[in-house]
Design a protein. Structure first.
Length: 279
């Protein structure tokens, strides 16, 4: 196929551009989906004109969303719930923890999962016997008696930005439902955008999660295709800090020393969120 340029708008006055070779494109029931190739980043998944993951650096985001909360537990992880995550990247990283007994993914768009299995780079993860897939609304699932009776050690909210069907995943009642699904010492994490472009998203996430959890913190990781220094909001059900890893675990990006270091934030992030620099 002929190459063309794709532009993702990061703000009203800035764009990131990629020279791409289209591989697949369709409108699913919920969103516009593209799978493309780029000479630098390799294969890419794009939803509603926003890059979701790339072959070259997917491990950065997926490791920081999975290994950090799992290693912040004070015991080996046994159960994980992923809200979203249909590309399979977080699923693959979580499955690297041998203590894990069950992992459930709830994603609303089955076509993302089907095409990710067929055309992306996490195919084997979907076949792991510990994995359970539920096609449906993540907010509805965590609000259900089924989910709240099962309980999870870690809940990972891998959602896009707060627009369209994902908007409900950024509201306070959703976080209360998340807490109701956690074990007493459980941990929740969600991405909160790149503050240099999406500062209100981080501020709002911290405020809303704080209404439901006794301990809320922010950590960071640099994800080039998302715009740079990315924020992650993490909260513990029992008020315990997530800064110190339980044991050593080493990925391609995540490691024990980086776990603690990721909680050191720029001054303006503390000012934006109201979190204390001294904690």
């Amino acid at each position: 196929m002929t190459k063309k340029w794709f532009y993702e708008k990061n703000s009203p006055s800035t764009v990131y551009g990629y020279e791409i070779t289209p591989v697949h494109e369709e409108n699913t029931e919920f969103q516009h989906l593209q799978i493309v190739d780029n000479d630098h980043f390799g294969r890419m998944l794009i939803l509603d004109n926003v890059v979701q993951t790339t072959e070259k650096e997917e491990f950065i985001y997926h490791e920081m969303m999975s290994h950090l909360p799992i290693m912040a537990l004070d015991h080996p992880v046994q159960s994980v719930l992923i809200i979203g995550g249909g590309d399979g990247g977080i699923l693959e990283e979580c499955l690297k923890h041998q203590s894990l007994q069950r992992i459930t993914m709830v994603d609303i768009d089955k076509r993302v999962i089907e095409l990710s299995k067929e055309m992306l780079f996490f195919t084997e993860a979907f076949d792991d016997p510990r994995f359970e897939l539920i096609i449906g609304d993540g907010a509805g699932y965590v609000d259900s008696p089924e989910a709240q009776d099962r309980k999870f050690d870690v809940i990972i909210v891998d959602s896009p930005d707060p627009i369209g069907p994902a908007k409900v995943l950024f509201e306070t009642p959703f976080y209360q439902s998340i807490k109701n699904c956690l074990n007493p010492d459980g941990i929740m994490v969600r991405q909160a955008g790149v503050p240099v472009f999406q500062a209100p998203e981080l501020k709002e996430a911290v405020e809303r999660v704080s209404h439901c959890f006794p301990k809320v913190e922010v950590y960071r990781g640099v994800v080039p295709v998302y715009g740079g220094d990315m924020a992650f909001v993490i909260a513990s059900a029992n008020g315990r800090s997530c800064r110190d890893p339980r044991a050593t675990f080493t990925g391609d990006y995540y490691n024990k020393a980086f776990h603690s270091a990721a909680f050191a934030l720029p001054t303006w992030w503390y000012e934006l969120t109201g979190l204390s620099m001294d904690e």
